[in-house]
Design a protein around this ligand. Structure first.
Ligand code: PLP
Length: 535
């Protein structure tokens, strides 16, 4: 990121030459010294065009250098809480500062204080990816900076949103009766879906609210492996987090359908009102997939809203060999998919599909007088489909990345991640010191260190936590941990286009070395002769 001014200048000359002469006349002499941003501001107005161009070239180099050098950086900083804040002035700036100075601080303070989610050895959560085209998509969105609230305020943003939602719908194999809307996150998606479920179960809630109407107590069912966004939605909608019933999962971490049926039956007997079931395709810890067709049957029989949380797993429906994933989806009322997890779009980009999306519009449309004129001609104003009025032009970055990779390109990356996940699983299975803690699903591997002990119990939990802490503190790889059946386990998620077999092998070697260090074990010692503490 440093020392790029020479290259920047040469590159700028090349770029200018390749563009031909039309814009040339307006440009500054590249050999002239850079003015220091807005230090000399006496005048108003934006950065002068030629200076802005120079800064953009500089930033282009910065971005390319960051990508090129990413692997050399620590994945996570060894910062202590508060250290970054202390390095920054607490007083807001009165005087203008130059872009060079700001960029230098980004290099000096911000970059070393980052967890680099795009680093090839970042193996946490579901894996994460940043790609060249996705960066370009973000960049091109910035100068437009539109508000995609109504068609009239941004025709192209509105229509492109409809187009990319349609593309994703086709890739997922969803029937055309599902319409969609782009939100920031799946948590926001499920909240909107449940608001529609609530309105249909308790008509006029939108107008009258929930109180003093003698309404039953509504219940939402989801598995003990489902994401906490279920409770968050219940909190936001006044349904109460205690009314989210966590249904037991089976030994493969899939919702136990008979337990669901029992919970619904029990609640009905107690005059509680089953409102919705949230079934997950790709749970947060293990990426397990709930049995959607059986769950859908229970929902149909009891007139319960079915929401599918495909935040992570939904994207795998792009692969023909994963088409089985979408079985039963057509029976759902709503489905959320996070292309910012698996379909290569940068954060944030989540799509909520609702069967007959008019149901969603009816709950949220509200046109104040000052916006009426903006809404007259259009069939679709996305502000009508949620609580947000101002909306980013998120569709553009998706359009750029999806065109740049094509479905085939994305599928090729996903297949490689699947291959790597299975390969890591083989390494774990081949080691008597580790065991798999869940079936490998999609790009997720859950495993733990057992120090060669069959049926290792909770005494090994702290060791597994420590392994994750130490690996992360090393700055060489980054992992997550979770609990499964009460046991602490280590978790790897693969999804980064930069992660190769070499990175995974290096991470595996580091995990092994760290495990033996924190357990004070000589790997050559047979398990039976090891100290009790790790048995
Ligand atoms: N659903 C599942 C299965 C998840 O794993 C997550 C987050 O990891 C979410 C929902 C929430 O996603 P978001 O951060 O987009 O709200």
């Amino acid at each position: 990121m440093q020392g790029h001014s020479e290259r920047s200048k040469a590159k700028q000359n090349a770029v200018e030459e390749s563009r031909g002469g039309t814009l040339k006349a307006a440009r500054r002499d590249p050999s002239a010294p850079l003015r220091s941003g807005r230090d000399d501001k006496a005048s108003l107005g934006d950065t002068p065009p030629e200076e802005f161009r120079e800064q953009l070239h500089r930033l282009a180099d910065w971005i390319a250098d960051y990508r090129a050098n990413l692997e050399q950086l620590r994945v996570a900083p060894n910062a202590v809480p508060g250290s970054i804040q202390r390095a920054l002035p607490s007083e807001p700036p009165d005087a203008a500062e130059s872009f060079e100075k700001i960029l230098a601080d980004i290099d000096r303070i911000i970059v070393p204080g980052m967890v680099h989610w795009g680093h090839p050895s970042f193996l946490a959560y579901f894996g994460w990816t940043v790609t060249g085209p996705s960066i370009l998509g973000e960049i091109v969105t910035a100068p437009l900076n539109v508000n995609a609230m109504t068609w009239r305020t941004s025709p192209a943003a509105t229509e492109l949103e409809t187009v990319v939602i349609g593309w994703l719908r086709q890739w997922m194999g969803l029937p055309a009766e599902f319409g969609g809307v782009i939100y920031d996150t799946a948590s926001v998606g499920v909240m909107h879906a449940l608001a529609v479920a609530r309105e249909e179960a308790a008509p006029s809630t939108r107008k009258l609210g929930l109180t003093s109407r003698g309404l039953p107590r509504f219940r939402i069912y989801t598995s003990d492996q489902a994401h906490s966004s279920a409770e968050k939605a219940a909190i936001a909608l006044g349904l109460g987090e205690e009314n989210v019933v966590r249904v037991a999962s089976d030994s493969d971490f899939r919702m136990d359908v008979s337990a669901l049926r029992e919970a619904v039956t029990r609640d009905l007997a107690e005059k509680l009102k089953p409102l919705a079931v949230i079934a997950t395709v790709g749970t947060t810890s293990t990426a397990s997939v709930d049995p959607i067709p059986e769950i859908a049957k229970i929902c149909r029989e009891n007139n319960i809203w079915l929401h599918i949380d495909g935040a992570y797993g939904g994207g795998f429906a792009l692969l023909p060999e994963f088409k089985g994933l979408t079985e039963g989806w057509a029976d759902a009322d709503s489905i959320v998919i996070n292309p910012h997890k698996t379909v290569f779009v940068p954060l944030d980009f989540s799509v909520l599909y609702v069967r007959d999306i008019e149901r969603l519009r009816r709950v949220f449309t509200l046109v104040p007088e000052y916006l009426r004129g903006d809404t007259i001609e259009a069939e679709k104003n996305y502000m009508d489909y949620g609580i947000q009025l101002g909306r980013r032009f998120r569709a553009l970055k998706a359009w750029v990345i999806w065109r740049s990779f094509g479905r085939e390109g994305m599928v090729a990356f996903m297949r490689e991640h699947l291959r790597l996940a299975r390969l890591f699983g083989e390494w774990v299975k081949g080691s008597s010191d580790f065991e798999l803690s869940a079936p490998i699903s999609m790009g997720v591997i859950c495993f733990r260190f057992v120090a060669g002990i069959v049926d290792a119990g909770p005494e090994i939990d702290a060791l597994n936590s420590k392994i994750v802490e130490e690996v992360n503190a090393s700055g060489k790889a980054y992992l997550t941990q979770t609990k499964l059946h009460g046991r602490t386990i280590i978790r790897i998620g693969l999804g980064n286009v930069l992660t190769t077999e070499r990175h995974l092998a290096e991470a595996w070697a580091l995990i092994r070395k760290t495990a033996f260090q924190v357990g004070a074990i000589d790997p050559a010692t047979p398990a039976r002769s090891r100290p009790r503490a790790v048995r």
